[in-house]
Design a protein around this ligand. Sequence first.
Ligand SMILES: C[S@@+](CC[C@H](N)C(=O)[O-])C[C@H]1O[C@@H](n2cnc3c(N)ncnc32)[C@H](O)[C@@H]1O
Length: 244
Amino acid sequence: MRPDEIQRRATELGPWVNGFEYDSVTYPRDTQVAPPRVGRALPFFDVFPDATRILELGALEGADTIRLASRPGVTVVAVEGRADNLSRASFVLGLHGLTNVRLVHADVEQFDLRSLGRFDVVLCTGLLYHLQRPWDLLRSIADVSDGLFLSTHYWGDADTTFDTEGYVVKLVHEDHPEPRTRALTETTLWFDRPSLLKALTDAGFGTPQVINERVAPSVCDIVLAARRAHQTVAGEQGTSAGPA
Ligand SMILES: C[S@@+](CC[C@H](N)C(=O)[O-])C[C@H]1O[C@@H](n2cnc3c(N)ncnc32)[C@H](O)[C@@H]1O
């Protein structure tokens, strides 16, 4: 496809949250709002070098999907809750000629992930804090995979949290200026740090490998890799095992 045709089609499908690059041409994003932080999934294959069957949750416009699916031997199932995001993802994947990706339009809080089969690793970046019952998603992930690469916010201010279902959480009203990256619901629950770790344990994951973390008075960020019992994350000497 020629650059002017790509641009015409991109304009039809836009506005775009992320720009994309194809054949050395950069097609710009269409919004002033900062995009989701790029690069959160970059260390994915460093910690899960043998992953070939990957489930990606909250795929947006497919930026990480392309990176994953471009690795030889990999197949990706990418789930996204907004149909228009998925249309843009489908377009860029098609441009790159990537046929090893299945796109699924679904709300991860309503959809049974088991219907998609089993996976080596689940990639979940920028999604867990967009949910009403984040502990349920971690359990659903554990139902389909022994590996998890997670990037999420957690809440750092103990004065504004409350207890529910055995977890300490913060009620957050979704008001991000970019509506296409928001939750599908108006409110969400964010774990505090101990409850995030407890929810991982409750789902059957062992002690996670923290890849990156930013601690702040309220909005904190963490990138981690976790494996279910009896498995280790690359580079670690014996991750402690949680219940099977
Ligand atoms: C902040 S963006 C993160 C996108 C990408 N994973 C990244 O890290 O850059 C959140 C994405 O999750 C999607 N999303 C939010 N709630 C969802 C849900 N319940 N089920 C499926 N997708 C959801 C949004 O539409 C959006 O594409």
